[in-house]
Write a protein that binds this ligand. Structure first.
Ligand code: 5GP
Ligand code: ZN
Length: 113
């Protein structure tokens, strides 16, 4: 997926405000933030969405979820945060490289469900 925008960010071909990186995942600020803290966490390898992820992706997905809390705290979402993963057309996914939104740092968010 050489033309995937998040693959290009992971390769350093497109600038992004990186806030965390390890050998498996990368986190950077959303370009259109909807809250004081709005970070995207992505696997460095191209995984299209949760709709296509498999057990072969378990290690990288485990890592992704494992670092969310640390990133949120470091960015200032100290009173909690919301984590959203949109999948597919009905899920409202715009970029087809799996990513978790970390949203927080402001007033309490309204309940979604
Ligand atoms: P989705 O709707 O796919 O869950 O969300 C995609 C998110 O990626 C959107 O919140 C959008 O603002 C963000 N985004 C799209 N292109 C870029 C980009 O080039 N850089 C950054 N930092 N964020 C992007
Ligand atoms: Zn990609």
């Amino acid at each position: 997926m050489s033309d995937c925008i998040f693959c290009r960010i992971a390769r350093g071909e497109i600038p992004a405000a990186k806030v965390y990186e390890d050998e498996l995942v990368l986190a950077f600020k959303d370009i259109r933030p909807i809250a004081p803290v709005h970070v995207l966490v992505i696997p460095k390898q191209h995984i299209e969405s949760l709709a296509t992820a498999t057990v072969d992706d378990a290690e990288v997905l485990g890592r992704l979820f494992s670092v969310v809390g640390k990133i949120a705290a470091e960015q200032g979402a100290t009173d909690g945060f919301r984590t959203i993963i949109n999948s597919g057309k009905v899920g409202g996914q715009e970029v087809y490289h799996l990513h978790a939104h970390i949203i927080g740092g402001g007033a309490p968010l309204p309940a979604m469900i």
